[in-house]
Write a protein that binds this ligand. Structure first.
Ligand code: M6R
Length: 626
């Protein structure tokens, strides 16, 4: 939530910061602003609206400065408006700050600062920080920020500039992401950003700030100080993915590009992890050593997982839906008790986990505040924590005991698509790995599932060819304002995911349910105005005939029936108004295929309604606040 961008070096900072803001706009897009420092003044320009509006504003001015901050906002405290847009300045206008997070004790701090004579210009929680830095400024901006931070409660990533020290950016983080791009060679430049996507064009070298760290960055070099006020030497990590991963690659939207990337991204999730001849799986990240405070000895992540009495999987939104697929995979294939929790609930209740539990956190961004907090709580209670994340070097990746990356590449569309299929694919690989280690999956069964997994990328390609068919279907149903999504077993989570996709980018009310639950309530809603999307693929499954009965129940109440079915199921046409088929695969792998038409349906629906699926209203890609 909110994108921070900063540049300090020898080039004009403005174009770098504006471009970075465009790349970070998926994080928030209700207002934007910049602050540029030169030796005479700090200039601040900001406005309500998107980065494009800010660019129009800036066009009329000429700023040569080589130090600048930028921000694209997702409002928490104070409505989207020009005064509430960042950067915020102090009373003198000599200090400018940008912030991502929430200052929980902003109200008492504001009272205190107002009593001391500070004048506020916005309704934000953030502005207290610019005045606090002003209060403590005695000629050293780093010290002032350090002192101000001691009074802040809540989550933050801050970047600060000061007119009296115009060649410096001070940056600090606690629970909100911040990475520092280190300029190549002798250029002596730093790019401060909320996400690597805004850095990668300038440099392949990056430093990840950890919680509690604060750094000062200037052309002559940098210094980072940890929580204990000690200087730390941070590793400069290399960014390996290529630039084309963050462009639209000829697609009109990132979301569509990411939907179409799935044959490749699912393959990338499997790449190097399947030993086909031996029907074995290898996940290097699970081989890391972990030592729990309450355990006698060090073990590997995998051994802990194998010996765990329970597995708890946590996540939010789409990642929570993937967690549910994980529950079906693990319980059906392995017989291990699994619970799936919303991270936001787990973190605040008596979350019963101990050293015999493995808590798996699933997150595309690796920064979701609730997932991170629930994993920390699990760790505090003695459980082993394992992260399945996409963003390399993210907080969850670094704070869990061990973990496995999705390798789906940067996901920029606010609606998660390719990360979901990679999450499900990785969970299937994990189920196979555990099953092989525990000897509950035979060579033959493992071989069959592996073979079917390897077919998935080309099967996804087949479904993607139906995009225009699905667009026609969206056209037929575009006039409806409510949809019900129903599925069972492995495809119950897909019903939830299909409904979420439609809600978040088309603003159409949709509910997902296990199909059998329909008669316990939702059936009351069924009439000719309620299309129902059924996922009914596996004719051999014990619940298939029951889903067919549910379809009949909808039809007899004049509901419209859309069915996602397997190819070759001719009888399905007798009961459906519309059928979209997917190629045949193992039942446990069907979520990897059934979700694709539902992603496309939501996308085409958004197009027909004229909405931008990459920047849906009120949403942000990465939810780093509560
Ligand atoms: O980055 P994460 O996977 O932790 O994000 C979790 C949710 O915020 C995310 O899946 C959200 O629900 C998406 N907008 C869904 O498309």
């Amino acid at each position: 939530m909110c994108g921070i961008m900063g540049y300090v070096g020898s080039k004009p900072a403005l174009p770098v910061v504006l471009k970075g803001l465009r790349q970070l706009e998926y994080r928030g897009y209700d207002s934007a602003g910049i602050a540029i420092a030169d030796k005479d003044r700090i200039s601040v320009l900001k406005c309500k609206g998107k980065v494009a509006d800010l660019e129009n504003l800036v066009k009329r001015e000429n700023f040569p400065g080589s130090t600048a901050l930028g921000h694209t906002r997702w409002a928490t405290h104070g409505e989207p408006s020009t005064p509430n847009a960042h950067p915020h300045i102090d009373c003198s206008g000599k200090i400018a700050i940008v912030h991502n997070g929430i200052i929980e004790n902003h109200a008492p701090l504001r009272k205190l600062l107002e009593a001391e004579g500070h004048t506020f210009r916005s309704d934000t929680d953030t502005e207290v920080f610019s005045h606090l830095v002003e209060k403590f400024y005695r000629g050293d901006i780093l010290l002032a920020v350090q002192e101000a931070l001691t009074l802040i409660e809540g989550a933050y990533a801050f970047a600060v500039i000061c007119q009296d020290e115009p060649d410096k950016i001070v940056a600090a983080r606690r629970e909100s992401p911040l990475v520092i791009g280190v300029g190549n060679g002798n250029e002596g430049e730093y790019i401060i950003a909320s996400d690597l996507v805004a850095i990668v064009e300038h440099t392949r070298q990056a430093i990840h700030l950890d919680d509690g760290e604060i750094g000062v960055f200037q052309p002559s070099g940098h210094r980072i100080i940890d929580k204990a006020n000690m200087k730390v030497e941070k590793d400069v990590e290399s960014i390996t993915w290529s630039l084309d991963k963050i462009t639209k690659g000829g697609f009109p939207h990132y979301m569509l590009k990411e939907i179409f990337e799935q044959p490749e991204t699912i393959y990338d999730t499997m790449r190097g992890r399947i030993l086909k001849e031996k029907a074995q799986i290898k996940l290097g990240g699970l081989e890391d050593l972990i030592k729990l405070p309450s355990a006698e000895k060090t073990t590997t992540g995998l051994s802990h997982l194998l010996n765990s009495k329970r597995i708890v999987i946590i996540g939010c939104g789409t990642s929570w839906h993937a967690s549910l697929v994980g529950e079906y995979l693990f319980e059906n294939m392995l017989g291990i008790p699994v619970e799936v929790e919303y991270a936001s609930e787990a973190r605040y209740r008596n979350f019963i986990v101990d050293k015999d539990t493995t808590v798996i956190g699933i997150s595309q961004s690796g920064e979701t505040a609730d997932t991170l907090a629930a994993l920390r709580e699990a760790k505090r209670r003695g459980a082993a924590t394992l992260g399945l994340v996409n963003v390399v070097g993210s907080s969850i990746a670094r704070e869990t005991h061990c973990g496995v990356y999705l390798h789906a590449g940067p996901e920029i569309g606010v609606a998660s698509t390719k990360a979901f299929t990679s999450q499900v694919c990785l969970l299937a690989l994990m189920a196979l790995l555990i099953g092989r280690e525990k000897h509950v999956i035979t060579d033959q069964r493992a071989g069959t599932i592996i073979q079917r997994l390897l077919e998935i990328p080309s099967q996804v390609e087949e479904i993607l060819k139906k995009s225009s068919l699905i667009r026609d279907m969206a056209q037929r149903y575009a006039g409806f304002s409510n949809f019900l999504y129903l599925g069972r077993g492995y495809n119950f989570p897909i019903a939830l995911e299909g409904a979420l996709k439609l809600k978040e980018i088309s603003y159409i009310h949709a509910e997902g349910y296990p199909a059998a639950e329909m008669k316990h309530g939702p059936i009351a809603l069924i009439d000719e105005n309620m299309p129902v999307i059924f996922i009914a693929t596996d004719t051999e499954d014990q619940t298939y005939q029951k889903v067919i009965s549910n379809i009949e129940e909808v039809k007899s109440r004049h509901g419209q029936v859309i069915i996602i079915a397997s190819e070759g199921n001719e009888s399905i046409y007798d009961v459906a108004d519309t059928v979209i088929t997917i190629p045949e695969t193992e039942y446990c792998l069907t979520p990897l295929l059934t979700v694709i038409p539902l992603q496309l349906f939501a996308y085409h629906m958004a197009m027909l309604k004229g909405y931008d699926p990459d920047q849906p209203r009120n949403l942000a890609k990465s939810v780093t606040v509560e």
